[in-house]
Design a protein around this ligand. Structure first.
Ligand code: ADP
Ligand code: MG
Length: 256
């Protein structure tokens, strides 16, 4: 999100650069290549959908990108840094500073208010934020200023997910990762959440990656990467559709 006005005129560093990335699981002697040689570059301000059948490696990829896990081999460069070489401490510090994660089932703590949930990541964030103001700003950004003191069970699914997004963006991460963010939502709430994610990308300049199995949701992004058996099957730039059109049939002919 920096403007880089003083930077040398070199090509900008991609947010994400994966080279021959592999994640191998050994399940009782059976070898599973959850990621089997992924090459992928994601530039700042991209909005990308990751698609693919169940078991194709989407969540493994998101966990890797989110610094929750390390590759078995290959490289993950995040903002130009080789994450695979980081110590555990540096990896979790990197996760806290540079990654925002949005979950399918929101993962809010039920005993905390919306504001307290949003504040959680800042407790581990060493940057000198005015925490209270950052929380208010994040809740305002997702349109929930008036729900700051509500607990999750007093909020609709769509509102809970907006709290989840506020929590993900409060630390101003370089990368917003969302694994099936609308998987538990009806079409109306899906439109709301996708509109919000599109705005965070186009207005706030955030780099957004989301996993979805819904073609409609993928049409709301600018690029669709499809996985099959831990490999990139296809990687296409698409014409982004406004979220309000997604279920109106307007997107039906938009993809080749
Ligand atoms: N912790 C794990 N241990 C063993 N196998 C795993 C683990 N996580 C994922 N896998 C396997 O890796 C493959 C990819 O899984 P996953 O990334 O969850 O796929 P998706 O999210 O696309 O459904 C699957 O075959 C899955 O069974
Ligand atoms: Mg998954």
């Amino acid at each position: 999100m920096s403007t880089n006005s003083e930077a040398a005129p070199t090509a900008p560093t991609p947010v994400v650069e994966l080279r021959e990335l592999r994640k191998i699981y050994d399940v009782g002697g059976e070898i599973v290549a959850a990621l089997d040689g992924i090459d992928l570059v994601i530039e700042e301000r991209e909005m990308v959908a990751i698609m693919g059948a169940s078991g194709s490696g989407k969540s493994t990829l998101m966990n890797m990108l989110g610094c929750l896990d390390r590759p078995t081999s290959g490289n993950y460069m995040l903002n130009g840094y080789d994450v695979g070489a980081f110590s555990d401490n540096r990896l979790s510090d990197t996760r806290g500073r540079y990654i925002g994660f949005v979950f399918q089932s929101y993962n809010l703590l039920p005993q905390l208010t919306a504001a307290q949930n949003v504040e959680l990541p800042l407790r581990y964030n060493p940057r000198g934020f005015d925490r209270k103001q950052a929380v208010l700003d994040a809740l305002e950004r997702v349109g929930l200023s008036d729900r700051a003191n509500h607990r999750p069970n007093q909020l609709s699914g769509g509102q809970q997910q907006r709290v989840g997004i506020a929590r993900a963006l409060v630390g101003r991460p370089s990368l917003l990762l969302a694994d099936e963010p609308t998987g538990n939502l009806d079409s109306r709430s899906t439109e709301e959440i996708i509109t919000l994610l599109q705005g965070l990308n186009s207005k706030d300049g955030m780099t957004v990656l989301l996993v979805t199995h819904e073609p409609e949701v993928s049409h709301a992004t600018k690029r669709v990467v499809t996985l099959l058996d831990g490999k990139v099957l296809s990687d296409e730039e698409i014409e982004q559709q406004p979220a309000a059109n997604l279920y109106a049939g307007a997107a039906a002919g938009a993809l080749s």
